[in-house]
Write a protein that binds this ligand. Structure first.
Ligand SMILES: NC(=O)c1ccc[n+]([C@@H]2O[C@H](COP(=O)([O-])OP(=O)(O)OC[C@H]3O[C@@H](n4cnc5c(N)ncnc54)[C@H](OP(=O)(O)O)[C@@H]3O)[C@@H](O)[C@H]2O)c1
Length: 239
């Protein structure tokens, strides 16, 4: 996909991997919309995209709410004149053993990490199907491929997201829509500060952004379903 002149929507684009991805897409010539709950952070991402010479939109939204998904996708399509690329990146994390995971936290992680991607994909898919073109990239995790202790809700939500990605890819392919998953290991963001603050070898958000751009840059005859991106110091082939 040639990215110049395309439009993209990045959920969770207020900081971390989402902001780095928004900026990377803008540098490739994409108009970029971002959404998250914190207004100042999405507005700062939009400011940085515009500073790099790109077109930007910023929305406050909770990805777990159907009305927010419908509104953000519809507004992006209306203001950019279409939507070519959706990056389902918004995510939340909790560190707790199975016995100590509150039911509300389990529900919150499933709602944001799995249902959020379903809601945004569904809204975007209607539009992309009509145009018979588009790309959807879901940011899962190595926790979508394997398990880690004290992360049961996160692991379950990221496995759910990966399963959803596979089913979506099958339904979208006949309409010329590409669907991919990126499964990163530990990345230096606010999220990993909970678990890996002392780790000197975390990846940078820009590493994931580069993987996203790579997936979108493949020639029309080639496709990569899933890209597992691990810390160089992590055990090879462990996910
Ligand atoms: N960091 C890692 O080590 C790592 C590794 C593998 C995968 N990932 C995945 O990468 C994605 C990005 O994570 P990150 O590390 O960049 O984390 P982050 O710095 O905490 O950023 C998460 C983004 O998601 C947004 N978000 C959270 N809940 C939301 C909701 N209900 N509605 C809308 N936006 C919401 C946050 O904004 P608000 O809080 O303002 O809403 C923020 O913009 C997540 O899906 C995460 O699971 C991260």
């Amino acid at each position: 996909m040639e990215l110049e002149g395309k439009s993209a929507l990045v959920t969770g684009g207020g900081r971390g991997i989402g902001r780095a991805t928004a900026l990377a897409l803008a540098r490739q010539g994409c108009a970029v919309a971002v959404c998250a709950r914190t207004r100042e952070e999405v507005e700062e991402t939009a400011r940085q995209v515009r500073g790099a010479g790109g077109k930007a939109l910023a929305f406050t939204a909770d990805v777990s709410l159907e009305a927010d998904a419908e509104r953000v996708v519809a507004e992006t399509i209306s203001q950019f004149g279409g939507l070519d690329i959706l990056i389902n990146n918004a995510g939340v994390f909790v560190l707790a053993s199975v016995l100590e995971t509150p039911v509300e936290e389990w529900d919150r992680l499933m709602a944001v990490n799995a249902r959020g991607a379903f809601l945004f994909s569904r809204a975007a898919l209607r539009h992309m199907r009509e145009r018979r073109a588009g790309a959807i990239i879901n940011i899962s995790s190595t926790a979508g491929k394997r398990a880690y202790p004290e992360q049961s809700a996160y692991v379950a939500s990221k496995h759910a997201l990966l399963g959803f990605t596979k089913a979506l890819a099958l339904e979208a392919q006949p309409y010329g829509i590409r669907v991919h998953a990126v499964c990163p290991g530990v990345v230096a963001t606010q999220m990993s500060a909970v678990t890996h603050a002392d780790r000197p070898d975390r990846m940078e958000p820009e590493d994931v952004a580069q993987a996203v751009v790579y997936l979108l840059s493949l020639s029309p005859q080639a496709a990569v379903d899933e890209l597992v991106l691990r810390r160089n110091g992590a055990v090879p082939w462990s996910s």
